[in-house]
Write a protein that binds this ligand. Structure first.
Ligand code: AVI
Length: 322
C-alpha cells in the first residue's frame, strides 16, 4: 500500500493556564529575587532564541546538530525499529527531521507542546515531508506524565526525544521530576534520547551566554517587556542589565537581571524596591558530566545505555532506558 498522509486531530489535554502574576509576585517576594525562565518564550522571545542559536559564541545548537547528523546511523541501530517518536517541545526543525529521516521507519510522531499555536504550526510543516509517518500532536505540559495517543499501526516502542539541553534549564530536583514523568510517559519498554551540554572551559560557556552582538541580553530583557505587556507591570527595561556567569562548583550558568540604580517596580498593585546592583535570578543553564547526568537519570529510575559526544566533548546525546 502506498504511504498516506495521516495528520491526526490534535489531542488537547488542556494544560492549566499559567498564573504568571502569582508566580512573578512570589519570585519578587523571595530573597534573593527571581523570575521564572519559562516565560522567556513569547513570540519575540522565541525569535530572539532562534537568533541566539546562530550567534558564533552559542555553540550548543551547532554542535548538537553536527553530532546528531554524524551519529544517526549508530543511533538508528540502538533504537528499536517502528518507534513512536515523542518530542518534548514543538520540533519541526533540523533535529526533528534528522531523527525522523534517520531512524528505522518510525510509525508515528508526537510533539508535546503547551502552546497550541506553536504545536499546530510544527505539524503543518512536517505533514508534507513525512507522508508515511502518522502525526499525533498533543497539547500538554510535558513536565508531568503525558498519556499518549495510540498510533493506528502498532509501534515497536516509544522513543522520547528531548534535544537542546533544555533539561539544563531545570534545577536538579525539577530535572529529576521531569525525567520521572518521562519514564511514565515512555512506558517500561520505552527509550529516551536526551541532549545535554557538557561541562567544559568556563570561558567558552560564559561567552555563549554573553554574545558580543548582545542578542542574549536582549532575550533576557524581553522577559520584562513580556511581563509589562501581559500582567501590567512597569519594569523599566533600561533600568536592568543582563549578567550571565558560570558557577563552576554548581556547573551552571546563572543569569541575572541587575538593577542599574535604585528603583521601584509595581506589579499587580504591589510596589517592590530594587537597590542599585541588586541581582534578580532569571535562568539556570546546567552543564553535565557523565557522573552528574548519570546520577540525575538514576534518581529518576533511568539508566544511560548509550552515549554519543562530539569530538571535543562539548555536547552529548544520551540514550536512556527504565
Ligand atoms: C533553551 N535553552 C537550552 C537555552 C540554554 O542554552 O540554556 C536557553 C538560552 N538562554 C540563553 N541562551 C540560550
Amino acid at each position: 500500500m502506498p504511504p498516506t498522509t495521516t495528520a491526526a486531530p490534535l489531542t488537547d489535554l488542556r494544560p492549566a493556564p499559567a498564573d504568571i502574576t502569582g508566580e512573578v509576585l512570589a519570585g519578587l517576594s523571595a530573597s534573593p529575587r527571581r523570575l521564572p525562565s519559562k516565560y522567556f518564550y513569547d513570540a519575540r522571545g522565541s525569535q530572539l532564541f532562534e537568533r541566539i542559536t546562530r550567534e558564533p559564541e552559542y555553540y550548543p545548537t551547532r554542535v548538537e546538530l553536527a553530532l546528531l547528523e554524524a551519529s544517526m546511523p549508530s543511533i538508528a541501530e540502538a533504537v528499536a525499529a517502528h518507534a513512536h517518536v515523542v518530542e518534548y517541545g514543538s520540533g519541526s526543525g533540523r533535529k526533528t527531521r534528522l531523527l525522523l529521516e534517520g531512524l528505522d521507519v518510525p510509525v508515528a510522531y508526537t510533539p508535546i507542546e503547551i502552546s497550541r499555536t506553536a504545536l499546530l504550526a510544527s505539524v503543518e510543516r512536517l505533514a508534507d515531508e513525512f507522508p508515511g509517518i502518522e502525526l499525533l500532536p498533543v497539547c500538554a505540559d510535558f513536565t508531568g506524565p503525558v498519556p499518549l495517543p495510540a498510533p493506528s499501526r502498532e509501534p515497536g516502542h516509544t522513543l522520547v526525544f528531548f534535544p537542546g539541553s533544555t533539561i539544563g534549564n531545570f534545577t536538579d530536583a525539577d530535572a529529576t521530576g521531569l525525567l520521572r514523568s518521562m519514564r511514565t510517559t515512555m512506558g517500561p519498554r520505552g527509550q529516551a534520547l536526551v541532549g545535554i551540554d557538557l561541562d567544559k572551559d568556563p570561558a567558552l560557556i560564559e561567552a555563549a551566554y554573553n554574545d558580543a552582538a548582545g542578542v542574549t541580553a536582549e532575550f533576557t530583557l524581553n522577559l520584562l517587556a513580556r511581563l509589562n505587556r501581559e500582567i501590567g507591570s512597569d519594569f523599566d527595561l533600561d533600568g536592568f542589565a543582563h549578567r550571565a556567569v558560570y558557577v563552576r562548583e554548581r556547573r551552571r550558568i546563572e543569569t541575572f537581571l541587575v538593577s542599574r540604580h535604585a528603583q521601584d517596580v509595581t506589579v499587580a498593585g504591589r510596589r517592590f524596591h530594587f537597590a542599585p546592583g541588586e541581582a534578580m535570578q532569571v535562568e539556570y543553564s546546567h552543564k553535565y558530566t557523565d557522573a552528574t547526568f548519570g546520577a540525575l537519570a538514576a534518581a529518576a529510575g533511568l539508566r544511560v545505555v548509550r552515549r554519543w559526544n562530539d569530538p571535543r566533548d562539548w555536547f552529548g546525546l544520551r540514550l536512556l532506558k527504565p
